[in-house]
Design a protein around this ligand. Structure first.
Ligand code: GAL
Length: 676
């Protein structure tokens, strides 16, 4: 799946952040490099927003300042991840080429004075980014400081879509390549509905503002087109660099926050996967979202170590309430990413900006300067990471796969669904959190991947399932796998058309059940689910009217519109079992389902105290457990080994971990699991 992944040449765990020296004087540069050494920083990303300085007038370059800072960093032992500045074209560019500006869905042409890429479809933009990438690569291909290239910044945000004339032209070309003829396009989009039939390619527009809901198949294709167009821009720069330079090339993803970019496809284009992650301050369990994001990042990269390109030392500035991290939280965050496969821990950004839109964003060197709690913790983290070199390069143990498909997300989030409260990301997070609380580590996967190595495959939100994907899941179960599928699954095909044969038709063989009608609940309404053995739980938002086709009923609806009907089913197929859960359940309620599913799959949760997160990285015979105590009280765990951070040895098999603390234990040979 993934091309050859290559790690930048940095010894041990890479540590650092985005560095924007253009905002500072030479005097501050000298202080910066001294502080970087103090903090153990060995890698910084430079130049991501520097186009206006690097090319002050069209075709006139000024690399002197960049030469100087790269030299200074190199002399100080700090390697450089060199950015290309395509996310922020200069004022002169938009003045000379106003047609390169992005047009919104509503037809508003966006102005200069912020950041965000030009139109991905603009030919002049594409020429300009290729030229800039080539100019940088020619100059710095052999620079001893440069160990990696950082193309663009977070494709798809703040804007991914463009509705301007050039984008519409590119869209038509894309559609012609996909469908060949208008007959095919009309069939795929179901244009017989509402009289949308096309008889001339020139009449096909973008799904811009329409009086009411636009054609969903068109919108789904538009999402695919946008993703492809952004990736074309990445390839233009990557190939321009590759023509001159050999260092690995990356671009920073946003895992579970990526909307426009299908990261399975993107990961195949980069040399090394990197990701940005920020906590949602309002979420008291934001560390669960962090773990999800880290697992997803590792998974799209085929399980290889990855780069945490950005996270924050404390508060961000762009949420409604920007919650500062409390002492120890940054370390827990950073080492959780590390435990889930990140061999580089980086921040946005090195030094807090005094001016501009991000002046209230935290940094490694905050406005308070180096004599601050944050900088002390940054320095301590650098010292901790320096002790973890032996873990670098290892993979992560996972027996369970969770299905995560961007196309299905795009389709599920289209307008006019049975209930807009049943959402892809929400379902994903809830089901993931169940597994997280049980300390069952997961990989993410597509249904079309080889799933045979996993004991259990979990599909929290699989609205779009192709016939091929359904066949693969059926084979997986038949061969002995266990599958558990959440509500509103297998409803549509790749064109967002309901499957011939009805809802869930392609999953009928594997699940032994189909759905006759969706039964969304009213706001605040709940419905009880009763298990045959007497257990009872409550679901909300959603029920379904199921038709059995071979499955046994494990639980029935005791109240709500589905009362009396099946709520949870189990189907034995070949040597495996497939479960279907047709209501929305919370993390606690899912326990009742998962305890049974684990038994079928022979997945044994380790039984660590809830709120203590344990992930194990493995290289050959050697295992390293990263233990993170998210609780306000200490815990003891049955783990034997040596904590690489403190040197403490737990040869009696009992690891004591203080409230909020982290340990990285090189495992001894004894039994692991359990605790209090
Ligand atoms: C990221 C972005 C950075 C910075 C950061 C602030 O999304 O890549 O440049 O803006 O957010 O949290």
């Amino acid at each position: 799946m993934t091309a050859q992944l290559r790690w930048p040449s940095v010894a041990g765990v890479a540590y650092g952040g985005d560095y924007n020296p253009e905002q500072w004087s030479r005097e501050v540069w000298r202080e910066d490099v001294a502080l970087m050494r103090e903090a153990g920083v060995n890698l910084v990303s430079v130049g991501i927003f520097s186009w206006a300085l690097l090319e002050p007038k069209e075709g006139v370059y000024d690399f002197a300042w960049l030469d100087e800072i790269l030299g200074l960093l190199h002399d100080s032992g700090v390697a450089v991840d060199l950015g290309t500045p395509s996310v922020s074209p200069p004022a002169w560019f938009f003045h000379a080429y106003p047609e390169a500006r992005v047009t919104t869905r509503e037809g508003v042409i966006m102005g200069f004075g912020s950041r965000g890429m030009a139109s991905h479809a603009s030919p002049v933009y594409r020429v300009a980014i290729a030229r800039m990438a080539a100019a940088l690569a020619t100059r710095y291909a052999d620079h001893p400081a440069v160990v990696m290239w950082h193309v663009h910044n977070e494709y798809g945000v703040p804007v991914g879509e463009d509705f301007g004339p050039q984008a519409v032209e590119a869209w038509r070309t894309w559609l012609r390549a996909r469908y060949g003829t208008l007959e095919e396009l009309n069939a795929a989009w179901g244009t017989a509905f509402w009289g949308q039939h096309y008889d001339d390619w020139e009449h096909v527009g973008a799904p811009a503002a329409t009086p009411t809901t636009p054609n969903p198949a068109m919108k789904l294709d538009w999402a695919r087109f946008t993703d492809d167009a952004l990736r074309e821009c990445f390839r233009i720069e990557r190939d321009a660099i590759r023509a001159h330079a050999t260092q690995p090339i990356t671009t920073n993803f946003m895992a579970h926050q990526s909307w426009n970019t299908d990261l399975w496809k993107w990961a195949a284009e980069v040399d090394v996967v990197s990701d940005d992650h920020y906590l949602v301050g309002q979420d008291p369990q934001a560390h669960v979202a962090l773990a999800l994001s880290a697992d997803l990042t590792r998974s799209v990269g085929g399980g290889k170590p990855w780069i945490l390109m950005e996270h924050s030392t404390s508060a961000v500035n762009w949420q409604g309430r920007n919650i500062a991290k409390r002492p120890g939280e940054m370390k827990r965050n950073a080492l959780t990413h590390f435990g889930r496969g990140a061999d580089a821990i980086m921040f946005f950004q090195w030094r807090a900006s005094r001016y501009g839109a991000e002046k209230f964003h935290s940094a490694m060197v905050p406005h308070a300067g180096p004599h601050s709690r944050v900088f002390r913790e940054v320095t301590e983290l650098g010292a901790d990471l320096a002790k973890l070199e032996s873990v670098v390069g290892s993979g992560v143990d996972a027996q369970v796969a969770v299905l995560y498909d961007w196309e299905s997300m795009w389709a599920q989030e289209l307008e006019w669904r049975p209930s807009d409260e049943l959402q892809f990301r929400g379902q994903m997070r809830t089901w993931y959190e169940r597994l997280w609380r049980d300390n069952v580590t997961v990989d993410f996967a597509l249904p079309t991947h080889d799933l045979s190595a996993y004991r259990l495959v979990v599909a929290p939100s699989s609205y779009l399932v192709t016939a091929d994907a359904a066949a693969r899941l059926t084979d997986y179960v038949r061969a002995g796998g266990t599958l558990v599928v959440g509500p509103f699954a297998g409803v549509v095909d790749e064109h967002d058309a309901v499957h011939a044969g009805g809802f869930m038709a392609p999953l009928r063989d594997v699940l032994g059940v189909t759905c006759e009608e969706f039964l969304p609940l009213r706001e605040g309404e709940r419905g009880a689910v009763a298990f045959a053995d007497g257990a009872s739980i409550i679901g909300d938002v959603w029920q379904e009217d199921l038709t059995l086709a071979g499955a046994e009923v494990v639980a029935t609806y005791a109240s709500g519109p589905g009362a009396g009907g099946a709520a949870v089913t189990r189907h034995v197929l070949g040597s495996g079992q497939a479960w279907y859960v047709s209501t929305r359940l919370g993390v606690e309620e899912l326990k009742e389902v998962f305890v049974r599913v684990y038994a079928d799959a022979q997945v044994v949760p380790p039984g660590y105290p809830e709120g203590v997160e344990v992930v194990t990285r493995r290289v050959g015979e050697e295992g390293f457990s990263v233990v993170v105590n998210h609780r306000d009280e200490p815990a003891t765990l049955n783990v034997t080994g040596t904590d690489l951070l403190t040197g403490a040895v737990t040869d009696d098999g009992v690891l004591e971990i203080q409230a909020g603390a982290v340990a990285v234990v090189r495992l001894g040979s004894h039994h692991q699991g359990g605790g209090s």
